[in-house]
Design a binder for this molecule. Structure first.
Ligand SMILES: NC(=O)c1ccc[n+]([C@@H]2O[C@H](COP(=O)([O-])OP(=O)(O)OC[C@H]3O[C@@H](n4cnc5c(N)ncnc54)[C@H](O)[C@@H]3O)[C@@H](O)[C@H]2O)c1
Length: 389
C-alpha cells in the first residue's frame, strides 16, 4: 500500500480541518466523505484539491462497505462515536478517531475486541500528548527528578461561546443562544446531554503519558443541570473527577464548557507534584510554567520556557493546529497503517483515557459512587479477541 485511502466521516468543524491537513500530507488520499447533512458534504468536497472520483455518502453504513476505503477518519460528534469506531473496525477498516473515544464502557470494549480480532489499527487522535512540555515533564518524572509522584491535576475549562449547542439540521449552521428566537429551526446538539467530564482525553492522555500509568478508581461530582451560565444549555457548568492510579497517584481533573474564561490564559491547565518537586503549567497569558525541586538549592519556583510547540517540530507540523500538535496524530496513524512504526498510543492506552471519564459520569449519576476502572489489556482473565465475562 503506497497511500492510505481515507473515508472521512463527519464534515463539521474538525472534519474540514482534517481534510485540509490530509490533502497536504504525503501518504494519504481522501477517496470518500460522509455526513448526513448535504450542505456539509458539498462544503467538504469543495475543500479537496480534486473531487473527481471522491464518493460522497449520506449514510455511514454505505461508507463502511466502500472497498476503496482502507481507513475511516472519524470526525463525528455523536454519543455513538465509540460504536461507530467499532463498526468500522468490524468492517475491516483502520480507524483514526477524534476525541473522545467513546461514551459508554460497552463501546470501549467493543473497540478493543474488534481491534484485537481484526488486527486493524485503531488510533485515538488525541494530540495534547505531543506538546513539547508533556515530553519534558515525562522525562523529569522518568528520571526521578520530582521524587515519587503523588498528585497530578488537569483541567479543561474552555469556552467557545454557545454556538456548538444549537444547530440547524438541514444546513448544518450553528446558532448562539441570542440568535435562537430568530431561528426556531435550530435544534439542541448532543452536547446538551453529553456529560462534560466525558471530555477528559486532553487531560488524561498527556498526564498518563507523563506518569506512565493508568487510572484504577474514580469518583466525581457535578454542578446542577442546566447550566447556571446559560440556562438554555442542558450541560452542567463544572464536573470534577477524583481518581487513583495503579502507581498510587491521586488525580484531580475537571471539565466545563459553558462559562466564560480568559482566552489569554488558555483552556488547559496541569500540575504534577512529587515527594521531591513539582511542575505546573502557566496560569495566565503573561505567566510562565513553573518548576521547583527540593534538591537544587531553589528558594522559590523557577519560571520555565516550556511551550505547547516542540523545539524539534518539522516544518510541516508548524501551524497544523493546537500548538503544532495536530500534525503528529496523522503521521503516527499513517506510519502504523503502512507498517512503518507501530502506535505508541495504542488501543489500550486510548481506552485508558476514555473509561475513567465515562465512569466519572456514571459515578455522578449514582450519587458520587466509587467506580473501578477495568484493565483493557488481555491476560488470564480475558484472552485477546474475547469480550470480558
Ligand atoms: N482533538 C481536538 O482538538 C478536537 C477539537 C474539537 C472537536 N473535537 C472532536 O471532533 C469531533 C467533531 O467535532 P466538530 O466540532 O467538528 O463537530 P460538528 O458538530 O461541527 O461536526 C460533526 C459532524 O458529524 C456529523 N455526523 C454525526 N453523526 C454522523 C454519522 N452517523 N455519520 C456521518 N456523520 C455524522 C454531523 O452531521 C456533523 O456535521 C467531536 O467528536 C469532537 O469531540 C476534537
Amino acid at each position: 500500500m503506497d497511500d492510505v485511502r481515507v473515508g472521512l466521516a463527519g464534515l463539521g468543524h474538525r472534519g474540514l480541518h482534517w481534510l485540509r491537513r490530509l490533502r497536504q500530507m504525503e501518504g494519504y488520499r481522501v477517496v470518500a466523505v460522509c455526513d448526513p447533512i448535504a450542505a456539509l458534504r458539498e462544503r467538504g468536497l469543495a475543500a479537496l484539491d480534486r473531487r473527481d472520483g471522491v464518493a460522497a455518502y449520506a449514510r455511514y453504513e454505505d461508507l463502511l462497505v466502500d472497498p476503496k476505503v482502507d481507513a475511516i477518519a472519524l470526525c463525528v460528534r455523536s454519543l455513538s462515536q465509540g460504536a461507530m469506531a467499532a463498526q468500522a473496525l468490524e468492517a475491516g477498516k483502520h480507524v483514526n478517531a477524534e476525541v473522545p473515544a467513546a461514551h459508554t464502557l460497552e463501546d470501549c470494549w467493543r473497540i478493543v475486541v474488534a481491534a484485537e480480532r481484526t488486527g486493524r489499527v485503531y488510533q485515538l487522535a488525541e494530540q495534547a500528548r505531543y506538546w513539547g512540555f508533556v515530553d519534558a515533564w515525562r522525562d523529569l518524572v522518568a528520571e526521578g527528578r520530582l521524587g515519587r509522584v503523588t498528585f497530578c491535576e488537569g483541567q479543561y475549562i474552555g469556552y467557545y461561546g454557545t454556538r456548538q449547542f444549537f444547530q440547524d439540521p438541514e444546513t448544518g449552521h450553528f446558532y448562539d443562544v441570542e440568535e435562537l428566537p430568530a431561528h426556531p429551526e435550530a435544534r439542541p446538539t448532543c452536547l446538551h446531554v453529553m456529560p462534560p467530564i466525558h471530555y477528559l482525553p486532553h487531560e488524561l492522555s498527556p498526564m498518563l503519558k507523563v506518569l506512565d500509568d493508568r487510572v484504577v478508581e474514580v469518583t466525581a461530582m457535578s454542578t446542577g443541570s442546566p447550566s447556571y451560565s446559560h440556562p438554555e444549555i442542558g450541560q452542567p457548568d463544572i464536573q470534577v473527577a477524583l481518581m487513583k492510579t495503579e502507581k498510587d497517584v491521586l488525580l484531580r481533573m475537571a471539565t466545563g464548557f459553558t462559562q466564560p474564561v480568559s482566552h489569554a490564559r488558555g483552556h488547559h491547565w496541569y500540575q504534577v507534584m512529587g515527594t521531591r518537586g513539582s511542575v505546573e503549567w502557566k496560569r495566565s497569558g503573561r505567566g510562565f510554567p513553573l518548576m521547583w525541586t527540593a534538591d537544587s538549592q531553589m528558594h522559590d519556583v523557577a519560571e520555565m520556557d516550556w511551550r505547547y510547540e516542540r523545539t524539534d517540530a518539522p516544518q510541516e507540523a508548524r501551524g497544523s493546529g493546537h500548538g503544532d500538535a495536530d500534525h503528529y496524530v496523522h503521521t503516527a496513524f499513517r506510519d502504523a497503517v503502512l507498517g512503518i512504526k507501530p502506535l505508541a498510543f495504542d488501543v489500550y492506552r486510548a481506552m485508558e483515557t476514555a473509561a475513567p471519564a465515562i465512569l466519572a459520569a456514571d459515578s455522578i449519576a449514582q450519587g458520587t459512587r466509587l467506580m473501578r476502572v477495568p484493565d483493557f489489556r488481555p491476560g488470564v482473565a480475558r484472552l485477546a479477541g474475547e469480550m470480558p465475562r
